[in-house]
Write a protein that binds this ligand. Structure first.
Ligand SMILES: Nc1nc2c(ncn2[C@@H]2O[C@H](COP(=O)(O)OP(=O)(O)OP(=O)(O)O)[C@@H](O)[C@H]2O)c(=O)[nH]1
Ligand SMILES: [Mg+2]
Length: 398
């Protein structure tokens, strides 16, 4: 699963990315610090099945701390977008193709209003960050439109001459972005596009691009730099103006500081928690003490968490509707190397036992006989719907 991080320059995309992955990336308060995309692994946080079975797990990927499991997901941090990117402003739109494969996007907004529309630093609260939502949506629509329109006139004529199905032709044209033929059929009907493709107007093509973008790249908002005094009011205004968006106040910088401090054993902190503990007060210098005190009062006491982990969990579980399933045997929870509960898979909510078997291995799906709900010690059939955090054994033909 791939989550793309988008937003205007200096809103904190790379800081968010680094806080989630601890990858080494450039962070700076001038526009277009990031040019080439950064790819690394972040995690969603779930209760581990080890607690239920009173065992200690050995994750093959990700990690587990005292019954809390961190399951890997891929994150991609890209360059900043500014208004007019589709006309070549800033770095333009072409770098967006790095995000073709993304399952969804996180729009990082500088909610403190300290970055103007071009991505340049200005006084906090002097720019209205509410403007960023629509401009970014608009540029994303043009990203889709650019791909849709590649060779469009020729293609539109060809569809007419060959009496081809426009949905099929367009699905092929847009295959890198994810919409399938059915989705295209639905959208062509919804927009009442005329059968003669050569008569489709630019506005109709843009509307089609926009609808397909919303369906194939759902997006939530990380209202970042919420730690800057006065930003709370902008968070409130943003939520009021865009009630249909999932909006999570965030301090990527606060999360990064805590993750780094934990890495150096200065504090104990688990991503997404509402508090941290100083390990050794005497080891901290004045600057570190001040920073940690601010994180406590200026972020955690105000918002409960730094928001970074909440954003990733909201993406995977609320927006993409995934569930986490552990493979495990009724008689043993280990793999052939003795690792306890080594794997955890993220699959679509609504998946059945046989879907899960196919997710593990095509062969296991083909040879599926039955499955066992290991927590309940119950045998279930191929069409049994799995629930979040289930532990499942697949019984298959040899
Ligand atoms: N106060 C505060 N500052 C932050 C936060 N997140 C990022 N910043 C600062 O914002 C500036 C820009 O951060 P980057 O992460 O480089 O921003 P970006 O969106 O990746 O920028 P480009 O790569 O240029 O598009 C840096 O000075 C960061 O330290 C935050 O949560 N709070
Ligand atoms: Mg960056």
């Amino acid at each position: 699963m791939l989550i793309g991080i988008v937003g205007k320059p200096s809103c904190g995309k790379s800081t968010f990315f680094k806080a989630a992955t601890l990858a080494e990336v450039d962070i700076a308060n001038y526009p277009f610090t990031t040019i080439k995309p950064n790819h690394a692994v972040g995690y969603v946080k779930i209760p581990c099945a080890e607690t239920f079975f009173k065992v200690k797990c050995n994750p093959r990927v990700g990690y587990c701390v005292n019954g809390t499991r961190f399951v890997p997901i891929d994150l991609l941090d890209v360059a900043g977008l500014i208004p007019g990117a589709h006309k070549g402003e800033g770095l333009g739109l072409s770098f967006m193709n790095d995000l073709n494969q993304a399952d969804m996007l996180v729009h990082v907004i500088d909610i403190s209003g300290s970055i103007n529309a071009k991505g340049e630093p200005v006084d906090p609260l002097s720019y209205d960050p509410l403007n960023d939502v629509e401009f970014l949506e608009n540029e994303l629509d043009y990203w889709y439109l650019d791909i849709l329109k590649k060779g469009w006139e020729k293609l539109a004529r060809q569809i007419q001459q060959e009496k081809a199905d426009p949905a099929r032709v367009l699905a092929k044209q847009l295959s890198g972005l994810g919409p399938d033929e059915n989705m295209l059929k639905e959208e062509l009907v919804r927009l009442k596009l005329p059968p003669d493709t050569t008569h489709w107007t630019d506005d109709q093509l843009l509307a089609l691009a926009s609808n397909l973008r919303k369906r194939t790249k759902p997006m939530i908002i990380a209202a970042n730099k919420a730690d800057i005094p006065g930003a709370e009011n902008n968070v409130k205004r943003l939520k009021e103006k865009f009630p249909n968006y999932t909006i999570i106040p965030c301090s990527a910088e606060g999360e990064l500081a805590l993750r780094e401090a934990a890495k150096h054993n200065l504090v104990t902190y688990m991503p997404g928690e509402k508090d941290f503990t100083v390990v050794n007060e005497a080891a901290l210098n004045d600057k570190q003490k001040k920073a940690l005190a601010f994180i406590k009062t200026g972020i955690l006491e105000k918002y409960n968490t730094t928001g970074v982990q909440d954003v990733l969990n909201a993406c995977v579980f609320d927006t993409l509707h995934m569930i986490a399933i552990f493979p495990g045997g009724i008689n043993k929870l280990t793999d052939q190397y003795g690792n306890v509960l080594p794997d955890c898979f993220l699959i679509k909510d609504g998946s059945t036992a046989v879907d899960f078997a196919y997710k593990i291995h095509t062969d296991l799906g083909n040879k599926f006989i039955r499955a066992i709900d290991v927590k309940k010690k119950l045998t279930v059939g191929r069409d049994h719907k799995l629930k979040n955090f289930d532990v499942v054994e697949i019984v298959a033909n040899a």
